[in-house]
Design a protein around this ligand. Structure first.
Ligand code: ADP
Ligand code: MG
Length: 257
């Protein structure tokens, strides 16, 4: 069984990329075969996992626009079992180019179909918008993880995301589900975080992961070394919590079966 999960929230800076890289790396560490798909033109997942964009031959742009086979665009990472289809700045043009193409919302789904059986998990790191790249990601996915930062206005903008999810469910992907809601960047020293947790749990109830990601400086340092936290600092709190999250993701899948 293979599962494709979009990591999505149109707000920037909520922990989508950090979660994609580190959940992916931890799932691989637990023995799963994982493909990261970077579909954000900023390409932070790509550089964050140690892929030099200058060395990239084919990126996700070529897969979406020029029908390059996903296997030909896949790069193996330093972590056993973890591969990535990278993004480069070339992808910035894709939004416009896709507008005029046939079945433009299905491009990613049709591409990933060719390689899905090779992986246990495909994680798609979405851009901070609800444009055609995010719609492609939701259409290609079995489910989505929504990272929410433990900050003021945490729930702001979520109704637009959920509205997009409903539209995709209605017109493009009837089986799309919410995999889980992940609370990120909790500052345990403030009461605010606790309030936000309560608010988010009231709204999403049992969809909220038990694992809550605290602020951890090692998590923010790791990308500049091109490493996931599990190799950058395996003893850090950040490594511990993302490993916990990976176990939770696996556990829910087993329970569902
Ligand atoms: P997004 O992909 O949603 O824009 P990022 O994952 O890039 O968000 O995170 C935004 C910034 O916050 C990055 O600089 C990242 O390193 C940092 N960051 C993310 N999660 C944490 C965390 N738990 N602790 C500390 N810094 C974090
Ligand atoms: Mg990002």
């Amino acid at each position: 069984m293979s599962k494709t999960i979009a990591i999505s929230n149109q707000k920037g800076g909520v922990g989508k990329t950090t979660t994609s890289v580190n959940l992916g790396a931890c799932l691989a560490t637990l023995g799963k075969k994982v493909l990261l798909v970077d579909i954000d033109p900023q390409g932070n997942t790509t550089s964050g996992i140690g892929v030099n964009k200058a060395d990239v031959k084919y990126c996700i742009y070529d897969v979406l626009i020029d029908d390059v086979h996903p296997n030909d665009a896949t790069v193996v990472t330093a972590i056993d079992g973890l591969s990535i289809i990278p993004a480069t700045i070339q992808l910035a043009g894709a939004e416009i180019e896709l507008v005029s193409s046939i079945s433009r919302e299905m491009k990613l789904k049709n591409a990933l179909k060719k390689v899905k059986s090779q992986y246990d998990y495909i994680l798609i790191d979405c851009p901070p918008s609800l444009g055609i790249l995010t719609v492609n990601s939701l259409t290609a996915s079995d489910s989505l993880i929504i990272p929410i930062q433990c900050e003021y206005y945490a729930l702001e903008g979520l109704s637009q995301l959920l509205n997009t999810v409903r539209l995709v469910q209605k017109h493009l992907n009837t089986s799309l589900q919410i995999e889980g809601v992940l609370l990120t960047m909790l500052d345990a020293r403030t009461n605010l975080g606790i309030q936000v947790i309560e608010e988010v749990k009231k709204y999403f109830q049992q969809k909220v992961y038990q694992t809550i990601i605290p602020r951890n400086v090692r998590l923010s340092e790791a990308p500049s070394h091109g490493q996931a936290i599990i190799t950058y600092d395996p003893r850090s709190k950040g490594a511990e919590v993302y490993l916990e999250l990976a176990k939770e993701v696996i556990m829910y899948e087993q329970a569902a079966r």
